[in-house]
Design a protein around this ligand. Structure first.
Ligand code: F6P
Length: 455
């Protein structure tokens, strides 16, 4: 059987396997990778020069090969084009997009460096699966170095319609690069349809069904929603509730309901609107004052990007404002932490929460929504309040759906969740649970690898 080679910007170091923080592609893939797999990417270190010879480590039969990024490449590729141009653009935030030709050149050259370091490790019959927006040009770079085997690409974040994509100066170049792959995967049908639309409009390729037909080649485009190891996460959640950590939280709640949110501190997650929604709940429905506490975990992320620094300052201010306005001498409404919380602890926190608030302004999928559902006790489940702009909304239609741009909508959904009778909570949770147990990380990976093998 052909060897699978995974390429992603972040590679979890073997020693942290199973203990990675909330969400993200590394978590989803970790439960799938089989012994014999090669996983290539960035070491997470910034050094003087970008590495050319990968550092090799082994863990559970998987070989991890990583290279360092030089500081200029880190600035242009990671901070620059990937996270200041592509990330805001593909999350529909044109106002936050910054673009320079130098950054784009840095993005291309890091993709070249990845290809140059990877090619000596490849066998002709390897099947390569490339992940996410950092590495769109990788197939082009690998083909130029003579790799002729199958290469697939999966985009973990949203794709945008032509009227948004056209703002990016090298849009056409990136579409050509995407069409170099044999299979291109998206989280939802909506993202897939937008990609087909862009490929047709901007580079004139024909679209037949879900395939893009280029000069003599066919690129298969698929929608393949990512999932979690639902059974595993449910087991961890059930186990963790009896730990001292969760007992301490229960004691500190003193019988109050818990509303929880956990994610990276990122402007796509809609945190200021959510804080505002919580403040409006307390103001418009004062019966919930003293009876609910909100825990917001927002793990610090991409701290070298200016917009993330600005968001952190804004959230510090908003959290102080809410607590100043509503706190009483023995009750603080909002608990706000920017540290990373291990997934095992998160599972326990989700299980005892009455509300899971997942209200991104835009999100490829959002695995936290699925983790919240999997973690619940089916006999007494909490309620998921979910943004209709998260990819997960296509599968979890029985959540309380909100428009995250409207803080009153969030407040009303929280009120509904806090008042919801047990039977309705059970019924809504049961259908969501079925969805989360049906599309798992393993089924997601199988669908993609099967499509790639058949291509
Ligand atoms: O899910 C999107 C994503 O960018 C992943 O590619 C990445 O691993 C994760 O978010 C965390 O972001 P970063 O690698 O920038 O810390």
């Amino acid at each position: 059987m052909a060897r699978l080679v995974i390429v992603s910007n972040r590679v979890p170091p073997p020693r942290t396997r199973g203990a990675v923080s909330a969400g993200g592609l590394a978590v989803a893939l970790q439960s799938f990778v089989e012994p014999g797999t090669l996983w290539f990417g960035w070491s997470g270190r910034v050094t003087e020069e970008t590495g050319s010879v990968p550092e090799m480590t082994e863990g559970d039969g998987v070989t991890y090969a990583t290279i360092d990024l030089g500081s200029e490449d880190y600035d242009r590729f990671y901070v620059g084009f990937a996270n200041s141009s592509l990330w805001p653009l593909l999350h529909f935030r044109l106002g936050l997009m910054r673009y320079t030709r130098e950054d784009f050149a840095g993005y291309l050259s890091v993709n070249e460096a990845f290809a140059a370091a990877l090619v000596p490790l490849l066998r002709p019959d390897d099947v390569i699966w490339v992940h996410d927006y950092h590495l769109i040009p990788l197939a082009t770079a690998l083909r130029a170095r003579g790799f002729a085997g199958r290469i697939g690409f999966f985009l973990h974040i949203p794709f945008v319609p032509p009227s948004v994509l056209e703002a990016l100066p090298p849009a056409r170049e990136l579409l050509h690069a995407l069409c170099t792959y044999d299979v291109v995967g998206f989280q939802t049908r909506t993202h897939l349809a937008d990609f087909l639309d862009c490929a047709h409009r901007f580079i004139g390729f024909a679209v037949e069904g879900d395939d893009v037909v280029t000069e003599g080649r066919r690129v298969r485009a698929i929608a393949d929603p990512i999932g979690i190891d639902a059974a595993g996460f449910a087991r961890i959640a059930a186990r963790t509730v009896s730990t001292a950590y969760i007992q301490r939280l229960r004691e500190s709640l003193a019988g109050r309901d818990l509303a929880i949110s956990a994610e990276r501190l990122d402007y796509s997650k809609g945190l200021p609107n959510r804080f505002d929604g919580f403040a409006r709940l307390l103001k418009r429905f004062p019966q919930h004052q003293r009876r609910v506490s909100m825990l917001q975990i927002a793990a610090r992320s991409r701290e070298d990007v200016a917009e993330y620094q600005a968001l952190r300052r804004e959230l510090d201010r908003l959290a102080g404002d809410i607590n100043g306005r509503f706190s009483q001498f023995d009750w603080v409404p909002l608990r706000y932490m920017t540290q990373t919380v291990p997934r095992t602890k998160l599972a326990g926190l989700f299980r005892i929460a009455r509300i899971g608030l997942v209200t991104p302004l835009r999100d490829g999928m959002n695995l936290v929504a699925k983790e919240f559902v999997a973690a619940q006790d089916p006999a007494d489940p909490g309620v998921l309040v979910l943004s209709r702009f998260a990819g997960a909304a296509e599968e979890l239609s029985d959540a309380l759906m909100v428009n995250p741009y409207d803080p009153d909508d969030i407040a009303e959904a929280m009120h509904t969740a806090l008042e919801m009778p047990l039977e309705e909570r059970q019924a809504r949770h049961a259908t969501q649970r079925r969805a989360v147990f049906e599309v798992t990380s393993a089924s997601y990976c199988n669908v993609f690898v099967d499509a790639l093998t058949a291509a």
